[in-house]
Design a protein around this ligand. Structure first.
Ligand code: BG6
Length: 499
């Protein structure tokens, strides 16, 4: 892998330091960047949480997390020890105005350098933590704040969070993470579209019939019951990850990769999404909830039971109406995309963990081959984002050999893993370093967040007004049968798993 470019020295405070995200994703990502030499011993990572820990006991937790989430070969003892020396701990409840003595001590006489405040906390606390940071005079002109999704629960609450954070940090200092944008393969969509001429000329309604975006997961709700049940697949995945993918696929070429140039183009796509009217919601969307079934040959419980186990408050709860699967037919009202539906689907407990985009081309205009030659299947470009990243172009070719001209589909298949044989850095590695570098290209601007909610909210409202429950689907299936009907009604089919 080419050497990474060192970043300037920084201090990064991670609120929610004992939480799952920090230990599973952020600490390992920072470790990898440290190991690569992108930052050194002069930097500081300061875990902040309410637990009564010391630098040493927090280092022990960080070390355990690294042993769980980093391959042993990538974790030599001396590098691990050196990394732990840049990790510190400050006990504080970020949402309370007092008890900031340890954090104050961390920054007493600190150098005037980049300061990143990463809020890996419940989003309800974003406003309060920012207010307290300001009250404690910890926010310097070189400070940045990083916010995890979800930003709000609907448009009004998103605007409130944006306004509360905005009282302390300017838009330029605010980094709203959508970790999908940090995935190498998602950035590769930009390369594919704008570093090649062959696709871009075909990227429109003249030759594209429709687009499919699938993000399937095999996991269930796990230990995130409290969060997930208030969220559901539409808020958790579609409002951010799937719509961001759609933006990268549908946008016009940006003027440059400067943050605002790219985000201006994504925003236009979000604003061009045709609102789904209340009476169309039952026709254009499907929501489901998994019931027990088998994933990968293993029997698993349904959502209601998983939820009991994954909630912090045990006891009797009314049956949950939260969706764990969504399928949507979306339309982008631009000249480029007129009459090209975008079918989106995502869910938990699906048969496989897969993220892929399918660009389905139109039929050939005129059949010149005799019927006996066989059916002509339209071309299909499949972009696999994970796992086994690569692209595949489905084409028709002549079946070799005698016996007349027979046609058969043949795939041009490029596996990026084989082509480049690299470790794919985790999305957080890139994004964390971008916050230090001050590069906001892969972060969501406030107007994008709002535009996404503006499109999502009527769907949520219509679901609520209908009083219908999500449709059950067996764990290990591709969602409710209504999701199949959603696309088949239009004479199309979901792309089957790549064999
Ligand atoms: C998160 C969602 O943003 O993305 C999770 O909150 C989901 O519910 C996860 O599992 C999927 O991310 P990845 O990187 O594993 O594809």
């Amino acid at each position: 892998m080419p050497a990474s470019k060192p970043v300037d020295d920084f201090d990064m405070v991670v609120f929610g330091a004992t939480g799952d995200l920090t230990l599973r994703k952020l600490i390992p990502a920072l470790y990898h960047r440290f190991r690569d030499g992108q930052f050194g011993a002069a930097c500081r990572i300061i875990g902040a949480a309410r637990s009564d820990l010391t630098d040493d006991s927090y280092r022990a937790r960080a070390s355990k997390a690294l042993q769980e989430h980093v391959k042993p070969a990538d974790l030599p003892a001396d590098t691990l020890a050196a990394f732990l020396q840049v990790v510190f701990y400050a006990r504080v409840d970020g949402s309370k105005p007092d008890g900031w003595e340890q954090m104050q001590a961390v920054f007493r006489n600190a150098a005037d350098r980049v300061r990143v405040f990463y809020l890996a906390t419940s989003p309800d606390l974003y406003g309060a933590v920012c207010k307290n940071l300001a009250a404690q005079n910890l926010v310097t002109p070189k400070s940045r704040v990083v916010l995890e999704k979800p930003i709000g629960h609907d448009l009004a609450s998103a605007r409130q969070v944006i306004a509360d954070v905005g009282c302390v940090f300017t838009e330029e200092q605010t980094y709203r993470i959508d970790h999908f944008l940090g995935k190498e393969t998602v950035q590769n969509l930009l390369a594919l579209r704008f570093a090649n001429v062959i696709f871009e000329r075909l990227w429109n309604t003249d030759v594209i019939d429709h687009v499919q975006i699938t993000v399937g997961e095999t996991v269930g709700v796990e230990s995130r019951g409290d969060y997930y049940d208030h969220s559901g697949a539409l808020r958790d995945m579609v409002q951010n990850h799937l719509l961001q993918l759609l933006c990268l696929l549908a946008m016009e070429a940006p003027l440059s990769l400067a943050a605002d140039a790219l985000r201006d183009e994504k925003l236009k796509v979000l604003r061009a999404l045709k609102p789904i009217a209340p009476h169309e919601v039952s026709h254009q969307t499907v929501r489901g909830q998994y019931v027990s079934g088998a994933v990968g040959g293993k029997s698993v419980d349904g959502y209601q039971k998983d939820l009991q186990a994954g909630r912090s408050e045990k006891g009797e709860h009314a049956p949950s109406e939260t969706e764990t699967f969504v399928a949507i037919k979306a339309e982008v009202r631009t000249w480029r995309w007129a009459n090209v539906p975008f079918y989106l689907r995502t869910g938990k407990r699906l048969p496989e963990k897969v993220s892929e985009v399918v660009i389905q081309f139109r039929d050939v205009p005129v059949a010149v081959f005799p019927r006996e030659a066989g059916d002509i299947q339209p071309n299909r470009l499949v972009i696999r984002l994970q796992p086994e990243e690569g692209i595949m172009l489905g084409m028709m070719s002549k079946d070799p050999g005698p016996g007349g001209l027979r046609l058969r589909p043949a795939d041009l298949d490029i596996s990026f893993e084989q082509a480049f044989s690299l470790r794919y850095p985790d999305s957080y590695e890139r994004l964390l370093m971008d916050t230090v570098r001050g590069n906001a290209t892969l972060f969501m601007r406030r107007d994008e967040v709002e535009a996404a909610w503006l499109w999502i909210e009527p769907i949520l409202d219509a679901w609520k007004a209908s009083g219908d429950r999500p449709r059950p689907y067996a764990a290990g299936s591709w969602g409710p049968t209504a999701a199949i009907a959603l696309i088949e009604r239009d004479g199309r089919t979901w792309h089957e798993k790549l064999e």
